[in-house]
Design a protein around this ligand. Structure first.
Ligand SMILES: [Zn+2]
Length: 149
């Protein structure tokens, strides 16, 4: 069990906290029904090890997680007859965000036209404005070398 601050990590303690929400258990990964779900069919794909960043996953863990997400995607599309969204986030966390779990996890959300997440699309559109020359150069400089640190 991993402990940060005064509270334990809910995803390290799934067997006690979320036993009824576990859909499948794999060698390195757990597939969980999201507890607070606004979107029907929302799932969480969670590595068993407590990690915070995607790059900390072993190759075996990455392979298993991507296979699971691909399988989940097919089943959700078949069942809900619409689209989906996959999200994963590492920082910034809000100072007192009770819902931010530091344990790496992937949300897989079935999406329907005009669903409750639709309003976010307005913000997504704002992300697609043209980049400035400086922004383009900054990104290019990040990927100039093949450093993996
Ligand atoms: Zn954890």
């Amino acid at each position: 069990m991993y402990i940060y601050g005064m509270s334990t990590c809910p995803f390290c303690d799934l067997k006690n906290n979320e036993r009824n929400h576990i859909l499948q258990e794999y060698e390195y990964t757990v597939l969980l029904m999201a507890n607070l779900r606004k979107v029907p069919g929302q799932l969480l794909v969670i590595p068993k090890r407590h990690l915070e960043r995607f790059s900390e996953l072993s190759q075996n863990e990455r392979d298993e997680i991507f296979d699971i997400i691909a399988n989940v995607e097919k089943r959700l599309i078949n069942h809900y007859k619409a689209g989906y969204e996959i999200t994963q986030r590492y920082k910034p966390y809000l100072e007192k965000d009770d819902f931010a779990v530091r344990h790496l996890h992937f949300h897989v959300l079935p999406r329907q036209k005009d669903d409750v997440l639709e309003e976010q699309r307005v913000q997504e559109h704002q992300l697609h404005s043209s980049a400035t020359k400086e922004e383009v150069e900054e990104l290019q400089s990040i990927f100039k070398t093949r450093s993996e640190s």
